[in-house]
Write a protein that binds this ligand. Structure first.
Ligand SMILES: NC(=O)c1ccc[n+]([C@@H]2O[C@H](COP(=O)([O-])OP(=O)(O)OC[C@H]3O[C@@H](n4cnc5c(N)ncnc54)[C@H](OP(=O)(O)O)[C@@H]3O)[C@@H](O)[C@H]2O)c1
Length: 262
């Protein structure tokens, strides 16, 4: 299927690894020019710069000024913006429970999982409105509707992101901008499987093995496995394309059947 994305310009946040890197790679494959944001320029992201139009931006999106600087740089680099992928996000498993969380912990989770997307959207929207078919896709999470005390702050932040995206879709839809979210269950990235990821942190706290923690999480879905980053990326790229031209205000779950409710 031709997604008719060639020649478009996209900003992808959290693009140095995991889902954001996969989205960057997939957009490049469709002939999109991508401004790829993260704090670090990884070897994987550097390699992509040899394969197409990728403009990496090293920026801390948890700062008040980072998102606006990113969008300014994107517009200077490629002259406008068609697609925003709000993908940046992070979590710390709260193995000591709710009472161990300080205000700073809450502010950190709400900033990187919610406010970063709000600020990036605020900076990007005027440019998206200039195009015929601007679109925003944000990486949310099943935890937006599957609250979990282990990630209590992250769950609340993702619920806010889901709600924000739906509200915004109503305001900007009549002006030609579509807003959607993608909500993955466990995905095989550093967030889950890295040294300080969910599996290792839970294993350290419970005295088990991280591989067993990951295996149990995978078994909770009906497919029995984690989603791959490229599978999430394909869904995001389809939603960003005009093939999904009448899809807005929607959330798409990609969780291997983890959520059992209708
Ligand atoms: N993996 C999962 O199971 C899963 C499930 C549901 C939803 N999600 C969501 O999917 C998104 C991507 O997650 P992932 O699994 O791909 O995570 P990941 O592998 O940990 O990648 C996170 C990305 O965000 C960047 N980042 C983190 N903090 C940043 C900051 N302050 N400023 C700029 N960039 C920052 C990281 O790069 P630097 O460290 O270089 O800055 C990296 O590129 C997140 O929103 C996450 O909540 C993930």
């Amino acid at each position: 299927m031709d997604l008719r994305l060639a020649g478009k310009v996209a900003v992808v946040t959290g693009a140095s690894k995991g889902i954001g890197l996969a989205v960057t790679r997939a957009l490049l494959g469709e002939g999109v020019s991508v401004v790829a944001a993260a704090r670090n320029l990884t070897d994987d992201l550097s390699q992509l710069t040899t394969q197409g139009k990728v403009h990496p931006v090293q920026v801390d999106l948890g700062t008040p000024e980072g998102p606006a600087r990113l969008i300014d740089e994107a517009v200077v680099a490629y002259g406008g913006l068609d697609i925003l992928v709000n993908n940046v996000g992070a979590l710390h498993p709260r193995t000591d429970g709710f009472l161990s969380l300080t205000d700073d912990d809450w502010l950190w989770a709400l900033t990187i999982n919610f406010l970063a997307a709000v600020r990036t959207t605020r900076a990007a929207l005027p440019h998206l409105l200039e195009r015929d078919s601007g679109t925003i896709v944000s990486t949310c999470s099943v935890n937006a509707v599957l609250p979990d005390p282990l990630v209590i702050d992250y769950s609340a932040a993702k619920a806010a992101l889901l709600n924000f995206s739906k509200s915004l879709s109503k305001e900007v839809g009549p002006r030609g901008v579509r807003v959607n979210t993608v909500s993955p269950g466990p995905v095989s990235t550093q967030l889950w499987l890295g040294e300080d990821g969910v599996a290792a942190t839970v294993a350290r706290a419970s005295g088990g093995e991280s591989a067993d923690v990951a295996k149990r999480a995978a078994a909770e879905g009906v497919t029995g496995r984690f989603t791959r980053p490229d599978e999430v990326a394909d869904l995001i790229v389809l939603l960003a394309s005009e093939r999904a031209g009448n899809v807005t205000g929607s959330d798409f779950v990609i969780d291997g059947g983890l959520i059992t409710t209708l």
